[in-house]
Structures are given as C-alpha cells and as structure tokens.
Write a protein that binds this ligand. Structure first.
Ligand code: GLA
Ligand code: ZN
Length: 676
C-alpha cells in the first residue's frame, strides 16, 4: 500500500485529557497560531476510556476527536495500550512483567505488559477493536499509532511457556536445539522441553547482562521481539476489521537494541520514530539513525516525536539553542521524514515529564522563544507545501545493519568489552557523512545490487545465505568493506570452523589466525604503503594474506610488519578487510581508496563542512544544506543560483551560512540535462 501524506504533518502529542476544558479552547488558538495541523492523541488514556473491566467510556475522547476534526486537524490516533490501567494489574497480576533479576512487577509505570499474557492480549485487542469501530472511518484520522515505544523484555512463566512453543517451532527436535546451543558445554543438555527456562539472571543469563549460552539468549531476543510484534499485529488486525485503509504504525526508537526493526517494518504500513539526541550526540549519528529508519522500509518515514527544546530524562537536559530545532527538523526531513511532530504540545504540570519541553510552556503564553520558533517553522513548512513529500533519497553506498548480529556481538564474552556494534557502525558512517556521500542502511536481506559499495563493519554473525549474497555482490563488481570481528559465527553464535573470517575468508583473501585485545591505554599503529601512519587499537587481528594485497601493516608489537588492512580482488569487484579499530583518519584513508576505486560520488562536487543531503522526485532534486559547525560556511559554488525554497531567493556566492542556518535548494532535473 502506498501512503502518501497530503501535507507535511506538523504538531505532536496532545493530552487534553490532562487539562480542564477551558484550556482546550486556548489550545485551539495557540495551535492555529503555531501553524500546527496534527495532533497525536490517546497515547496513555486506557484508564480513562476503560475505567473498569466491563465498561468503556469514550465521551471525553469523542469530544476531543470532534473538536480536532471541526478545526481541520489530522489526527494520529493511538490505541493507549502502552500503559495498563491499575484495575487490570490488580485483578490479573500476570499481565505485569518479570524482569531480568526475576522480580515480578506490580502496578506502575508504562511499557510494562507481558507480551505473552493472554489476559493482556485479550484486553488490548478488545480496546483496539472498540477504538477502530468508533473512530476508524473518521476522515481526519490519518494514522493509527499502536501502543507506544514497544520495548523491554519479560521473563515470566507465561513467557517461559511461550518460549518453549517458539523453540519447538524453530527446532522441531531437542537434538537440534541442543546442537544449536552447543549444550554439551557445561553439561546443559536438555532432555525435556520443560527444562528450558528463560535466560535471565536466575538462569543462564550472567551478571551484567552477559550470558553463558549466547545461542539461547539470542533466541530469547528473537522470541521477545517476535512476541511484541505479535502484539502489534494483533492490534493491527483488530483495527483492520473496521478500517481497511488508514495507515498503521508504532513509534520506533532508532538503534534501540531489543527489537529487530527490519522484521517489524514488514508489518508496519509506515515507519515512525522518536528522535531524542542529547546535547553531545554527533549530528552524523543523528543522520545515521534517520537513514536507518528510512532504510527499514526503504521509504519516507514519520518523525513521531522530538522535543521542541528540552528533555527531562537525560543526564543534562540542555535547551536547544536558537535555530537548533529548525536545523534539526530540516535534517530530519532531508533524511526522509514527511512530518515534524513534537513531544509534546502542552507541558504537563505533574508527573516525571513536567520539565520536558513543549510547544506551550508552563507560562501558558505564546510569548516564549520556543513557541515563536515552532510557529516560524510551522509557517515555513506550510509555505513549502507538498513538494518534498514522498521524494526519495538515493545512495550509492549501502551500510549493513543487522539486529541479530547486534545481539550476538554484545552477548559474546571476549575479546573486548569495549566492542559496541552501533559505535563501530557510526564510525564508518561518519566518513560518508563528512564527505556528503549518501548512505542507505540495509539489512542482510536487502537488495545489494543497487549499490556500488557495501560497508559491513563487525559483521560477526553470518547467517545462512549471507555469504552467497555478499559474494554475488562483489563478483558483479561491488566493493565490500568489512572489518575485524566479521564472519566469526553462525545464527546460533557457534563459530564457523576453518579459520576466521569463516565464510568471508575466500572473498577477503585473508586468514585471521589470532585476535589481540588492547586496553584503552594501549595502541598500535597502521603503517600504510605510502609511509603515512595512523593509530589503531581495541582489537588487532593477526592476519595471513592468502590472495589479498596489503594496504597497511602494524607498526608495533610481535606482529609488527604484518598486515592490518588488506584488499582482495574477487570476481569483478574487491573486498577491503580492516583487521583493527583505526582512528577516524585511518578509516578515512582506507575508505578513500575504496571510494575512488569504485567511483562513488558525493552529492555535490566540492568539499564543504555543510551537511548536504538530497531528496529527489522525478522532476527535481531538493538539496538540503545545513550548517552544524560553529563557523560560518559558504554556499558551495556548484549550487549558486539555485532557488532557496525557504526564502524564494537564489543562493548567491557572497552569502555565508551561520551555525544552524538551513537552505533548501531546488534543482530541476530537466535543466540539469539541458546543461549537459
Ligand atoms: C518517549 C515517549 C513519550 C515521552 C517522551 C519523552 O518518546 O514516547 O511518551 O515520554 O519519550 O521524551
Ligand atoms: Zn512475560
């Protein structure tokens, strides 16, 4: 199903149920003044709309929906199942979760239901059903928002039983399961399915989140992600009984570890996500996360939440500086969003989020910096209209991201506690970001054929079929860049025997005999063929090139003078293998070679410190320029003369962009052809 929005959704989470009705009237005026056109409602109202087990009361929600519809707002209607009412937990304690330490929870907090509780499932799907029956055909309901930020893990008895069912389906026999989990280790052989218990701290989960049997723990993560996804699908099915058309989503959380979002995205009509970088998150990391969210369905997404200014749950909740929210919003659109939505429209007066930023502050006036910035952006987006909606980001580089691999890398015991999957991915992403080379984040099942280059840092787990897909890509002329800790294990965390990097050995043309781990205070050096040097550390593979040529050798230690970085021609393409964790300059040096070799392009000709991102339609390129640096930056020469859609003026060479300045330049595709 194609779901193209009719306008850029602008607004956010709105909780009029927390306020007396006089305030609602005031809100309607404020929202209009801020050019807000969308409200996400009913996110945490289960207790209100179902005050007791056998009674629903939609009277207040009816009034809210009526009011917003009358005023012409798009409504994102949540199903409220992310926070259970107290009566439900009191009456049926099994709906609450059991945690990693084995403690069974009582009533409290949110995002707290056991996904495998039949009682929870019954009441949640019934609620979704009632809501869809009542509001599903309202023309203003633009999108369904199931639950909220699914996440966490439950280890209760319901889950233990469901886990065994899931395992039987996957392995069919205990012999296969024992083999997959290598249970001969520590004499863990299972003779009955009932002997299997969830791997939390009372079982095979070790202290600090590690595990004695990664195969089991990874399966538990798969099972938990699938179970929550089943909850989503269950509510979706309930909605679809009454509403066949309206797109259905749930708000995701970027690189959130516990859920396999590539799998989730297949069930979602549109991806939406909540973007909460902290004061020191690099902008490249934010860009990467947007690209990941776009990559889940390879389609534009909805930004469901961002704060207009301040956070409350981070350690240091700094204000967004003047212009920062606008710049961040355009970055979001540049990387694929067709909406800008805030958490929240009105700052609550009690509860743990009372210091969380909002469009309307506790002063309850329009006369605040934040309100003015929101209103200015609203006016600008309204004026921009529909031009960028549905446009696509095209990339020559694909970067592999795989949740099962993420779990495996971080469950495994050794060789270094400092190896963090997303950190490594981000370091490679940053090279492309700094060079304004577009990147798609792709799953191991993605379509590799459209890329010139694939980058697969720490592809530790090589599942069935992945070797063949990567070989095909390289044979056909692609350049693959991979790194230390790749090709090591199969889907159950059992090592691919026969020498690292296992299934990648032939295409990389190297054998890794040993992996050294360096403490943070230790380092080694990369010595490139041209004599230049760069520091490296954390892990150092001891490599024997088989068919590969050497790009850099180690400068220190007993493996001094042996290869650290190699390149292997394979079919019409080649594989770069980086056997260590180089500093950024070292990564840059290797990627420069790979990029040049395959002719990968930046989105603009010249080098610039501006972030430059392009979204395209059939007739035009929309070029987003953002200055995230502290210094002024000039508009790149090649873009001079193009019209800035935000001001209507042509970009000119005397202009300087200050920190957080944005330009959105339009380049007709035909005129480009005409010039050639
Ligand atoms: C999440 C939730 C919201 C709110 C915000 C605060 O994204 O979905 O309900 O708690 O965090 O940042
Ligand atoms: Zn449970």
């Amino acid at each position: 199903m194609e779901h193209k929005l009719k306008r850029i959704l602008y607004g956010g989470d709105y909780n009029p149920n927390q306020w007396p009705r006089e305030i609602w009237k005031q809100d309607m005026i404020f929202f209009k003044d801020a050019h807000i056109n969308t409200a996400t409602i009913n996110v945490f109202s289960w207790a209100k709309i179902q005050p007791e087990e056998n009674r629903y009361d939609f009277s207040e929600l009816d009034d809210i929906v009526d009011m917003l519809s009358r005023e012409g707002y798009d409504i994102i209607l949540a199903t409220s199942t992310a926070a259970m009412p107290a009566w439900l937990v009191k009456r049926y304690p099994e709906v609450a979760r059991t945690d990693y330490e084995g403690r069974h929870y009582r009533f409290g907090e949110r995002h707290n239901a056991c996904p495998n509780s039949l009682v929870f499932q019954k009441y949640a799907s019934k609620l979704a059903d009632e809501l869809a029956k009542r509001y599903g055909n309202r023309p203003n309901v633009t999108c369904w928002h199931i639950s909220n930020e699914y996440g966490g893990v439950c280890y209760c008895e319901n889950c233990a039983k469901a886990f065994r069912v899931w395992l039987k389906k996957k392995y069919q026999t205990l012999d296969r399961l024992n083999e997959a989990w290598n249970t001969e280790f520590w004499g863990h052989t299972f003779y009955d399915w009932d002997e299997i218990v969830p791997p939390n701290q009372l079982g095979d989960g070790l202290w600090g989140g590690n595990t004695a049997f990664a195969g089991m723990s990874i399966d538990y993560m798969r099972f938990n992600s699938d179970g929550m996804l089943d909850n989503f699908k269950m509510e979706k099915a309930a909605i679809r009984k009454h509403d066949r058309k309206t797109p259905i989503t749930t708000n995701l959380m970027g690189t959130y570890k516990e859920l396999d979002y590539f799998k989730w995205a297949k069930e979602m009509d549109v991806v939406s996500w909540d973007n909460y970088p902290s004061y020191n998150t690099p902008w490249s990391r934010v860009a990467m996360t947007h690209d990941l969210m776009r990559g889940l369905k390879n389609a534009p997404f909805i930004l469901m939440e961002q704060t207009p200014s301040q956070q409350n749950w981070q350690a240091y909740n700094s204000l967004k500086r003047p212009g920062q929210m606008r710049a961040q919003s355009y970055q979001t659109i540049a990387h694929g969003a067709d909406s800008i939505l805030f958490f929240q429209l009105r700052r609550s007066k009690g509860g743990c989020e009372k210091f969380h930023g909002a469009v309307i502050s506790h002063a309850q006036t329009e006369n605040t910096r934040v309100f003015r910035e929101v209103a200015e952006l609203g006016a600008e987006l309204e004026q921009l209209g529909t031009k960028t909606i549905g446009s696509v980001n095209q990339a020559e580089v694909g970067m592999i991201f795989d949740w099962e691999n993420f779990w495996a890398v971080e469950y495994t015991s050794g060789p270094s506690v400092n190896l963090k999957y997303v950190d490594q991915i981000s370091r490679y992403y940053q090279y492309f970001y700094d060079k304004n080379i577009g990147v798609d984040m792709v799953s191991v099942e993605g379509d590799f054929s459209k890329y010139k280059m694939l980058v697969a840092p720490v592809l530790y787990m090589i599942k069935d079929g992945v070797k063949e897909r990567l070989e095909q890509f390289v044979k056909n002329g692609g350049v693959l860049v991979t790194t230390m800790m790749s090709g090591i294990v199969d889907q159950s965390d059992n090592v691919h025997l026969g020498g690292y990097p296992g299934p990648l050995r032939e295409m990389a043309g190297v054998w890794v005999e040993e992996i050294d781990a360096l403490a943070p205070t230790q380092s080694n050096r990369l010595v490139f063929n041209d004599g230049s040097e760069s520091s490296c550390g954390m892990l150092c593979d001891v490599i024997h090139p088989e068919t590969a040529e050497v790009i850099a050798n180690y400068g220190e230690d007993f493996y001094q003078g042996t290869p650290a970085v190699t390149r292997n021609a394979f079919g019409s393409g080649c594989v770069y293998y980086i056997g260590t964790v180089p500093e950024n300059a070292g990564i840059g040096k290797v990627l420069d070679l790979a990029v040049q070799e395959r002719g990968v392009h930046s989105v603009i000709e010249e080098e610039t410190k501006l972030e430059v991102t392009v979204r395209s339609t059939e007739d035009a390129d929309y070029i987003f320029l953002i200055n995230f640096t502290d210094e002024q930056q000039k508009v790149p020469e090649s873009l001079i003369g193009l019209t800035d859609l935000l001001t209507g003026d042509a970009a000119d060479s005397t202009e300087c962009m200050k920190k957080y300045d944005v330009k959105l330049l339009k380049k007709e595709r035909n005129s480009e052809n005409a010039n050639e």
